[in-house]
Write a protein that binds this ligand. Structure first.
Ligand code: SF4
Length: 908
């Protein structure tokens, strides 16, 4: 006889037959069936009997097994509707339990992380939480995520998201908020009453404009989870400068008239249109008036610079809705040729150059718009501002540059000078199914979902299968974004106070407070992103688009295929689906981790902890700037929802302006639409050096970095400038692996074109310049000076060995070839492309090289066949040794060593 039952949490409770009767009755009531009480009791007895029959002697039945039996008895009793209701009831309860347990598990993880993460810089869902408010926000965020996964989003889309096929951006806002907004800020500088009953009067001074701008950015941030764009920063502020000029001017006239004892009523003068004539009538000379104007302009410029610095600092420090500490804002400028518009651009660039107490502003993302006839050519009115922008970029890595003449940015009937820009993470909206040339102002993205392209490739048998699978994933993403769109359309105007009640969203002026936003939401875009085109190409063709022509052609074909499907969906649903080159780095890691589990570590695909950003050539692939630009440029015109090309710039600080100018010229010619150039702007506050600092010693003043006075470093990640101390491990790896695309110059001591003594076979030897090891008795002390030797283009070195078809390998000797590890890596990769063997000399032992954990050195070692390691020790000199000079040095077969995991010597 059954006396006990085991619950799901493991507890044993008294078996109660009445509970079975109760459950059957509830199911009967749910479908309104007519069943007699006797029949109910009979079914209860049948259940109990079956439990007794099916439970082995000495065992206790579980709640699950009892419920299975109830289901069977209901089915056997010819009450299928009741059985169905019972099954549904079980499913609902199961879902609720699942929800509770998932949510509780998440909350427990948050608590655990809080207690165990010592520096408390744990990132969860894309933001740091290191204080109590942020922890509470994490609870809300995780709770909303779980709720949406359980009740809002279709289970197949949740599964795709959780399995790593796709990434649904900010899932917690799925049914409550928009992704991005391009603000029409001008309307908020005029008199109005906001949704929270704040009376805003007309802005009159620069400060008032900038305070108002900060206020509306904060308001927009509460309705938007992605980025906010201001595409007309110079035009907007020019109006403020003009108004401010008048007030400063009148003030100066007043001071001047008192000084000259003139009887002048400023109030009356302010009403006069032509001040100058009036002032002359009152006795002021032309020289007096010119002096007043000059004073006014000087004051105005100072005032503007001060205000812009305050604005930049406020934006940098402003607390954000999700407490991430980074406001996702972009401002664009450079095309207003009016006196005051030019002044705004000049001063924002000056403020950016000066920085905050010398430090770079990491936010907002600044964009300089390049346009022929406005600022690109010497004769153009704003050419000086273009040069200033380049100078500023060389010092602060901002502004980025967009080319308004590029195919991707030529949009008829849109005032591109004022209205076109990119968001902080490169998104934008330029299309509209109803009216193609609808202004982007007051519009934005409703949501973004990113496709894991390497996953599609890894799961495909061949190219046809790849296209088939990619088509299926795209169809699913289109459906999923449609689901999000429908969820958002049901929101009431009141739910989005800034967008809809304050009328920041296009056409929202027609909405009443209680209306649904359905009729205006169609102005937004539904963004389909992708990650890892390079890795997908490696899976399909064996090489990425930087490496092979076949991959290069296929890469573009894949994007055209995606566009075709997206355009069909756009026409089918009448909605603004668009393709975006995704930037979100945090999802790159998740995708790779999941693919590593599923497919293992695959060389050049899943062997790093990140996938390559969108259509980019991998950042660790050695390629010169022109070739990279050639490969990436066609994607800009194909991907209308947002794109960017990065170039990694090396070299000395003093050469950067010329290099950036050259690069921009090249990019413009090749039809790039948007770019940012990455380089080192590390900063030593002690001597104010800006440039590359790659150790704890300042290369300028030679002081050693201390905790009290650290160096400041910035790296561009996810389109934003970030301090390396805030980078995740995989972001560090991505940054460390980057190779420069320009200044591919190696400092070389000399070459031997056909050596038979520097390794097996006929070899080309590169004697690199620079060695800090300083072995006593070194045979090549002339190679020690890191600034000695000559600079040689890397590709020229490759051409040298390629001229001789008999060459069997390349030897890197020195000097220390690892002192210029990124350059040696470039050459090593080029050597491997034509199957040449690699011999490497190093004054450090293999174990010490591994301990350095330098990504470039690690990669060089991976490619090396023979390593001759260790310093030259004069007391162990032996002239009979092959390839080396002293007994302590080893000739290691690195290939075998890698395979066996222990040192394997080639020569003993
Ligand atoms: S490592 Fe080589 S180049 Fe450097 S000092 Fe020693 S022997 Fe000379």
């Amino acid at each position: 006889m059954i006396t006990k039952i085991r619950k799901r949490d493991g507890r044993y409770v008294k078996f109660n037959e009445a509970k079975i009767t109760e459950a059957i009755q509830k199911a009967i009531l749910a479908v309104d069936a007519e069943v007699t009480l006797n029949k109910i009791y009979k079914m209860t007895r049948d259940v109990v009997k079956k439990i007794e029959e099916e439970t082995p002697e000495g065992r206790v039945p579980t709640v699950e097994s009892v419920q299975d039996i109830v289901e069977k008895v209901l089915m056997a009793s010819k009450l299928p509707e009741v059985a169905k209701a019972y099954i549904l009831y079980r499913e609902e309860r199961s879902k609720a339990r699942d929800r509770e347990s998932r949510l509780m598990k998440t909350f427990q993880e948050i608590e655990h992380d809080k207690k165990t993460t010592t520096n408390f810089l744990l990132k969860r869902g894309g933001f740091h939480f290191e204080n109590s408010t942020k922890s509470i926000l994490a609870y809300g965020r995780e709770g909303a995520k779980e709720y949406n996964k359980m009740f809002t989003i279709s289970s197949e889309f949740v599964k795709m998201h959780e399995d790593g096929d796709i990434y649904i951006k900010e899932i917690e806002y799925y049914a409550s908020s928009f992704n991005t907004l391009q603000i029409n800020a001008k309307k908020f500088t005029e008199s109005c009453v906001t949704s929270d009953n704040v009376l805003l009067t007309d802005c009159k001074t620069i400060d008032e404009y900038l305070v108002r701008l900060t206020y509306i950015i904060a308001k927009a941030e509460s309705d938007i989870y992605g980025g906010i764009q201001i595409p007309d920063f110079d035009f907007l502020l020019a109006e403020a400068v003009r108004k401010n000029y008048n007030s400063i001017y009148l003030n100066n006239v007043n001071k001047f008239s008192k000084f000259k004892n003139l009887n002048l009523n400023i109030h009356d003068l302010s009403k006069v249109e032509n001040h100058e004539e009036k002032l002359k009538e009152l006795g002021l000379s032309t020289e007096d008036i010119e002096l007043i104007k000059e004073l006014t302009n000087n004051e105005l410029e100072k005032e503007l610079l001060r205000s812009l610095k305050r604005f930049l600092i406020t934006i940098k420090l402003m607390p954000t809705k999700n407490q991430s500490g980074i406001i996702n804002l972009s401002i664009a400028y450079g095309t207003d040729t009016s006196e005051y518009g030019r002044m705004v651009t000049k001063k924002i660039l000056r403020a950016t150059q000066e920085g905050a107490s010398g430090h770079s502003y990491t936010t907002p993302v600044q964009i300089f718009k390049i346009k022929e006839g406005i600022n690109y050519k010497k004769r153009d009115k704003n050419y000086d501002l273009y040069l200033l922008a380049v100078e500023t970029h060389a010092k602060r890595m901002y502004p980025n540059f967009m080319f308004l003449d590029a195919t991707a940015n030529k949009i008829e009937d849109i005032d591109t000078l004022r209205e076109l820009s990119y968001g902080a993470t490169r998104n934008r909206i330029v299309t509209n199914v109803i009216d193609y040339n609808l202004s982007p102002l007051g519009r934005g993205s409703l949501g973004e979902t990113t496709i894991n392209l390497p996953r599609v490739a890894l799961s495909s048998k061949n190219l046809d299968d790849f296209y088939n699978k990619l088509g299926n994933v795209l169809d699913k993403v289109i459906e999923q974004l449609l689901e999000k769109y429908k969820n958002l359309s049901n929101l009431k105007t009141t739910h989005l106070p800034f967008l809809m009640r304050d009328k920041a969203w296009r056409d929202s002026q027609s909405l009443n407070p209680n209306d649904n936003i359905t009729q205006v939401i169609k102005n937004g875009s539904l963004d389909i992103g992708f990650i890892g085109l390079a890795e997908a190409l490696v899976v399909i063709t064996g090489a990425h688009h930087g490496e092979s022509e076949e991959a290069r052609i296929l890469g573009l074909e894949i994007i055209k295929f995606m566009n075709k499907i997206i355009n069909e969906a756009k026409n089918r649903y009448g909605l603004n689906y668009q393709l975006v080159a995704s930037s979100k780095v945090d999802l790159l890691e998740n995708f790779v981790l999941m693919d590593q589990k599923k497919y293992g570590i695959i060389r050049s695909v899943t062997d790093k902890s990140f996938y390559t950003d969108s259509f980019h050539v991998p950042s660790n692939y050695p390629i010169n700037a022109e070739a990279k630009i050639d490969i990436e440029a066609p994607y800009h015109a194909l991907i209308s929802g947002g794109h960017i090309t990065y170039i990694e710039l090396g070299g000395k600080q003093e050469n950067k302006v010329a290099s950036i100018l050259g690069l921009l010229k090249l990019m413009k010619k090749k039809d790039i639409a948007y770019t940012a150039i990455n380089h080192h702007i590390d900063y030593d506050p002690s001597c104010e050096y800006i440039g590359e600092i790659n150790s704890n010693r300042c290369p300028n003043c030679e002081r050693i970095e201390t905790n009290k006075s650290p160096f400041f470093k910035y790296r561009r990640i996810n389109d934003l400038l970030i301090s390396p101390i805030n980078l995740e491990t995989f972001e560090h790896e991505e940054v460390d692996l980057r190779v420069t695309h320009i200044n591919n110059l190696m400092r070389v001591s000399g070459f031997v074109h056909d050596s038979i003594v520097d390794g097996p076979g006929l070899r080309f030897v590169v004697f690199t310049q620079g060695c800090l090891i300083g072995c006593v008795g070194c045979h090549n002390p002339e190679t020690w000076d890191p600034d000695g030797g000559t600079l040689v283009e890397l590709d020229d070195i490759v051409s040298m060995w390629r001229k001789n078809p008999l060459i069997e390998g390349v030897t890197f000797s020195g000097g220390d070839p690892l002192l210029q590890a990124d350059k040696t890596l470039y050459l090593a990769k080029k050597a491997k492309e034509t199957n040449l063997s690699i011999v490497l000399y190093s004054g450090k032992y293999y174990e010490d090289l591994l301990a350095l954990n330098n990504p470039h050195i690690n990669e060089i070692l991976e490619l090396t066949d023979i390593l001759i390691d260790g310093p030259f020790e004069i007391d162990k000199i032996n002239l009979n040794l092959q390839y080396r000079g002293s007994e302590n040095q080893r000739v290691i077969d690195l290939k075998k060593t890698r395979e066996s995991g222990k040192i394997e010597l080639l020569l003993v």
